[in-house]
Design a protein around this ligand. Structure first.
Ligand code: HEC
Ligand code: HEC
Length: 259
């Protein structure tokens, strides 16, 4: 009996390793994979995974891989003699990337933050952004638009289509660190709103909604506040699900080239 125990143990370990794939995919895996994807893969494959011709990473069909472990292998080793580079990813990272690729294809309304799954028409999205969405009153795209919100000229390289849909539905849920809205009131009562750039014990630096950079001395202010709610309105009741998908589809094509 005594001899059997270590053997059982070894067998368990042997099964435990490949079984990592079988551990349930969590939303956190998908998000981690999405972050890696946007910084390390989207440069070539595009934020929607469809920019390399003949390859659609959002289709769940791969010419060179079938199973998740094929894909993890491919992501780590790259494809020799093609531009697809090897990556120095841990098993966990590769697992997260693959979870994200699968989630792109499995997009269902509301599932795992995967978005509505509706195909958005970028041309229709553009006319909504420039027309009834009035996004230009706060955002610049290329050389036109306002300064109350961040420049969207390259937003397609920073956010996935699903995260763009989510942003339009609930702006407060996901404000990026670089876009924290700030509201300051001077001693004379004048209100200054904008985006926080930097701060220390004595001053705050901000980009005002008029597009001007400002450094405000804290002892000259009556109060100031980094806001937890976004000045951006929700479009949940203003646009249909299809229109939201169209706008997200358009934004995801914005990759900085209009500048
Ligand atoms: C420098 C550009 C580049 C980067 C960066 C890049 N890829 Fe690729 N990838 C390619 C190209 C080009 C191909 C097509 C190669 C071929 O089959 O000729 C490809 C192919 C693939 C395939 C195989 C598709 C199929 O149908 O079999 C997968 C999967 C893939 N890439 C995933 C990724 C992931 C995930 C990342 C980031 C971790 C990534 N790629 C980063 C250029 C890139
Ligand atoms: C009243 C001003 C205002 C309007 C109108 C507005 N936004 Fe915004 N938007 C903001 C502000 C301020 C932020 C930065 C804070 C935040 O992330 O919520 C922002 C953030 C965003 C972000 C996230 C940017 C990032 O870098 O993460 C996207 C995407 C966006 N807006 C798209 C749109 C679109 C598309 C429209 C029109 C349908 C629109 N916004 C209308 C003010 C506005």
């Amino acid at each position: 009996m005594k001899l059997i125990l270590p053997v059982v143990f070894l067998v368990l370990v042997a099964f435990a390793l490949p079984a990592q794939e079988g551990h349930g995919v969590t939303t956190a895996d998908i998000q981690r994979g999405g972050q890696i994807f946007l910084t390390s893969c989207a440069t070539c494959h595009g934020p929607n995974g469809d920019l390399v011709s003949g390859v659609n990473l959002a289709s769940n069909r791969f010419r060179r891989a079938q199973t998740d472990s094929d894909l993890m292998d491919l992501v780590k080793k790259g494809i020799p003699s093609t531009p697809m580079p090897p990556g120095n990813y841990s098993d966990e990272q590769a697992f997260a990337i693959v979870a994200y690729l699968r989630s792109l294809a499995n997009a269902r309304p509301g599932a795992n933050g995967a978005g509505s799954g509706l195909a958005g028409d970028p041309a229709r999205g553009k006319s909504i952004v420039e027309g009834k969405g009035q996004c230009g009153s706060c955002h610049r795209i290329g050389n036109t638009g306002g300064f109350a919100g961040p420049d969207l000229t390259a937003i397609g390289t920073a956010r996935s289509r699903a995260s763009l849909e989510a942003k339009l539905l609930d702006p407060n849920a996901d404000i990026r660190e670089s876009n924290r809205p700030v509201r300051a009131v001077a001693k004379d009562g004048k209100v200054i709103v904008g985006t926080l750039l930097n701060y220390d014990n004595y001053s705050i630096q901000m980009l005002g909604s008029d597009g001007k950079l400002r450094a405000l001395q804290i002892d000259k202010l009556k109060e100031y506040e980094v806001m937890k709610t976004s000045p951006m309105p929700s479009y949940k009741d203003k646009l249909s699900a299809q229109e939201i998908a169209d706008v997200a589809g358009y934004l995801s094509t914005l990759r900085g080239q209009t500048q």
